[in-house]
Design a protein around this ligand. Structure first.
Ligand SMILES: Cc1cc2nc3c(=O)[nH]c(=O)nc-3n(C[C@H](O)[C@H](O)[C@H](O)COP(=O)(O)O)c2cc1C
Ligand code: SF4
Length: 430
């Protein structure tokens, strides 16, 4: 078992220090050096630097952050907006919470760098409503930043560099993490994703040009600016540079968050969390939050970066690693996952609204001994109807878990149907 951290991390380096959450403490640890560097450059140069750093969004899709910033229209005719996505409702993901609670000024500095680069004068940090503590920490940090002159007019003495941040609380809907659902919710409407195009850079929050990035994505940018491209690219892989926060949960000895390099072998990520509980055998791992297809134990010899995981039919997602030992019933996993998606569908698209319910119903009856042989075909066909057919990627996210479970654990579904019961102990109703 590995007991020492695999790498000396940068994002979380001062998270144990309470003063890091105060403006004074943050500045004492070279806080705002990245912003100072940014304002010494032309905005376009900052966009180019973040783009060529290769920083990929940490909210799930892994899109190049600088490239996204470059989509913002030039000129100042219309107010431009940044939105920081702190909705974090994906089961298995809990990294953004720690960043907001322990490094709120890293988020603020990243936002200001983005504001300088894109010309945005207003930002909204949209935080999952259940994260009451993170909301209060972020609010206090924004107040201190304002009092310290880091928000307001002519920031760092730069004439015309005006910016303010609003902390906004969500109300507990997973779909408000999808960027256009979030923008609707921010505007006071139902959190229902929009048809794209137009994309947020043209028509975003309140109809204004908007860029949405994840909490962690913004937090990396200050390090890229202050320490340089070569330094940043010294971490991770060529296609996925930097570190990321792996949140390890489930059947491990020491669940928690571990900031490790992109591309760290999955086995080492699990080892950081103390390995499988009680020395039991590993059965499967969901590598990036509940939406991502499961990997069986035979395939965990993989590096944790999108380019490697996609070769195995899964994805990095949010880096929420869910570990399951040999006591786990995979049909029950399908029931739990599909219940979540059935419950959280916003209901706009027929395939998603109806399909998520069907998948859950079929999984549930198989788990409880009422499954029929033809259910296996249904479980192969119904998810296909959801994929790529809907307004947003939620439906794909709902299809993938059951597809992955059927691909690798079909025999367990068959066993449930043949035996007319769950062969694992402790079956429970949901
Ligand atoms: C159903 C669904 C839920 C999502 N939830 C989140 C979330 O909670 N936080 C997040 O940052 N991105 C979430 N995303 C991704 C966002 O739509 C968007 O891609 C992301 O915020 C962009 O930031 P990034 O490029 O920095 O990763 C979700 C996407 C979907 C389809
Ligand atoms: S795919 Fe599902 S969650 Fe997304 S818009 Fe359609 S119904 Fe809503």
């Amino acid at each position: 078992m590995i007991t020492e951290p695999l790498v000396k991390n940068y994002l979380t380096e001062h998270y144990g220090d309470d003063s890091f959450r105060t403006l004074k403490g943050y500045e004492a640890k070279n806080g705002f050096d990245g912003l100072r560097k940014a304002v010494s450059m032309e905005p376009e140069e900052v966009v180019e630097m973040v783009k060529s750093s290769g920083l990929r969004g940490r909210g799930g899709a892994g899109f190049n952050a600088g490239l996204k910033w470059s989509f913002m229209p030039k000129g100042n005719e219309r107010t431009k907006v940044l939105v920081v996505n702190g909705d974090e409702s994906e089961p298995g993901s809990f990294k953004d919470r720690l960043i907001m609670e322990r490094g709120p000024f890293q988020v603020i500095e990243g936002v200001l760098i983005g504001a300088w680069a894109t010309g945005a004068s207003k930002s909204f940090i949209y935080i999952r409503g259940e994260y009451a503590y993170a909301i209060s920490v972020m609010e206090k940090a924004v107040e201190q930043a304002r009092a310290g002159g880091f928000l307001g007019k002519n920031i760092l003495g730069k004439k015309g560099f005006d910016h303010d941040i609003v902390v906004h609380s969500g109300a507990g809907a997973y779909i408000c993490g999808e960027e256009t659902g979030l923008l609707e919710s921010l505007g006071g409407k139902k959190g229902q994703p929009r048809i794209k195009p137009p994309f947020p850079a043209q028509h975003g929050a309140f109809g204004l040009p908007t860029t949405v990035n994840n909490i962690e994505t913004f937090s990396h940018t200050s390090f890229i600016l202050s320490r340089g491209l070569e330094w940043f690219q010294g971490f991770g892989t060529e296609k996925s540079p930097g570190t990321t926060m792996f949140g390890v949960s489930g059947h491990v000895e020491r669940p928690g968050l571990f900031e490790l390099e992109m591309g760290t072998p999955l086995k080492d990520v699990i080892a950081q969390a103390g390995g499988v509980r009680g020395g039991r055998a590993l059965k499967a791992v969901i590598p990036g939050g509940i939406s991502m297809p499961v990997l069986p134990a035979s395939q965990i010899d993989v590096r944790m970066a999108e380019e490697f995981l996609s070769e195995r039919g899964s994805h990095l997602g949010t880096g929420g690693v869910m570990v399951m030992d040999d006591t786990t019933c995979m049909v029950r996993v399908a029931v739990v996952a599909s219940y979540f998606f059935r419950d959280e569908s916003c209901g706009q698209c027929t395939q998603c609204r109806e399909g998520t319910g069907w998948i859950n119903k079929i999984c549930d009856r198989i788990e409880h001994g009422r499954g029929m042989p033809q259910d296996l075909e249904l479980l192969s066909d119904v998810p296909k109807l959801l994929e790529g057919q809907t307004i947003c990627a939620f439906a794909d996210a709902a299809a993938w878990p059951v597809q992955g479970l059927m691909r690798h654990f079909r025999s367990e579904f068959e066993q449930h149907i043949e035996q007319k019961k769950c062969p694992f102990p402790d079956s429970f109703e949901i």
